[in-house]
Design a protein around this ligand. Structure first.
Ligand code: FA5
Length: 339
């Protein structure tokens, strides 16, 4: 037994000395000390020795194991120093892999364009709350409680709120809010999200963007309104666009005017986005109602004004050639990566 142990140790030491890489060393270790290695197999046979020989053989076996472990450890340090592959050379001047980059949502990109155009026309850019008091969303805009006009805006009411809160149905409440801190002349726009409890289709979403506009000064007329919007549309689309002006009722303006744009998606022939009419309703607008001017603290005898609410999503659709407004909010990367 002791002879056999000596043989194993000699053979193992020779093999350890020949191992030139850590991988080879691991193989040698497995061969001699692994679960089915030569040394454990021999140790297994200890129990078959006569009892008086066992303690010495056991001690020798233990020593043999320690000797081999030490030899492996020493060789490990040696091959580690000599034969480990040198670290790969790095050329720091080599251009790296391009990382996937995010970008702004098409609505955000388009909104920035809109803001830039109005800014260059001398408009101040304001913000307002998305959760709004009914007072601003309706009452001060000449839409009293129980007035049938309230039904036009399918409203999300905030349940349990003491103060009659709603998700604003349009950006118009900011007209009055803005005038609480300003005196005419004013020229403001208010881009922002609005919410309506309505069925969706290619040109209707339940959550969308509007951009409110308000101009109050002496001698403001309907022609100023139409001229401003025409100029804005021309600047936005960088070409003459065909518009159609229709009378429309909004309680906070008199007269009220809707502006449609010739559908650029189908060239006016008719498609699902324009409901086959060749026209898309883009802007609700009008001359600020004298009652609303009074609510703003402005004397309607001295001042007049116009206001408008642009449908940002629909303008964006025509600008980029998107044929369904719902794509914007789908979160679908196949859509978003095109911008
Ligand atoms: C209004 O919301 C009025 N506050 C606009 C206004 C402002 C009138 C100031 C007079 C003075 P209307 O509900 O029509 O109006 O909406 C205005 C624009 O928002 C529409 O012309 C349309 O372009 C867009 N819009 C309306 N509903 C949706 C919808 N569900 N999805 C996407 N865009 C919409």
């Amino acid at each position: 037994m002791i002879e056999k142990l000596k043989n194993i140790v000699d053979k193992a030491k020779a093999d350890i000395g020949k191992a030139h890489t850590r991988e080879e060393l691991l193989q040698v270790q497995q061969r001699y000390l692994g679960r089915k290695g030569e040394l454990p197999i021999l140790l297994h046979k200890l129990s078959s020795l006569p009892e008086r020989e066992r303690p010495e053989a056991g001690q020798k076996a233990n020593e043999a194991k320690q000797t081999l472990l030490r030899a492996i450890e020493e060789q490990h340090a040696l091959v580690g120093e000599k034969n480990e592959k040198p670290a790969e050379e790095i050329d720091v001047t080599w251009p790296g892999d391009e990382m996937p980059r995010g970008h702004l949502h098409p609505i955000t990109q388009f909104l920035r364009r809109v803001k830039g155009i109005f800014y260059s026309m001398g408009f101040e850019i304001l913000d307002g709350p998305e959760v709004e008091l009914q007072k601003y969303n309706f009452d001060l805009l000449n839409i009293p409680k129980d007035h049938p006009a309230r039904d036009v805006w399918d409203t999300f009411f905030v349940r349990g709120s003491k103060e009659d809160l709603v998700l604003r149905t349009h950006t118009s409440p900011v007209q009055v809010r803005a005038m609480e801190k300003r005196k005419p002349p004013v020229r403001i726009i208010v881009p922002g999200r609005v919410f309506r409890h309505e069925a969706t289709d290619a040109s209707h979403e339940a959550e969308f963007y509007q951009c409110e506009g308000l101009v109050v000064d002496k001698g403001i007329r309907v022609t100023d309104l139409i001229g401003t919007l025409k100029m804005f549309l021309q600047e936005t689309f960088e070409k003459k666009v065909r518009i159609r002006v229709r009378p429309e009722f909004y309680p906070f303006v008199e007269p009220g005017i809707d502006i449609d744009m010739s559908c650029l998606l189908c060239g006016g022939k008719g498609c699902p986005a324009c409901k086959q009419s060749g026209w898309m309703e883009m802007v609700g607008s009008g001359m600020v109602h004298p009652k609303v001017l009074k609510n703003m603290g402005v004397d309607p005898q001295v001042y007049s004004g116009f206001a408008f609410g642009l449908g940002i999503d629909r303008l964006m659709m025509l600008y980029y050639g998107v044929d369904d407004v719902r794509l914007s909010y789908s979160g679908d990367l196949r859509f978003l990566e095109q911008f």
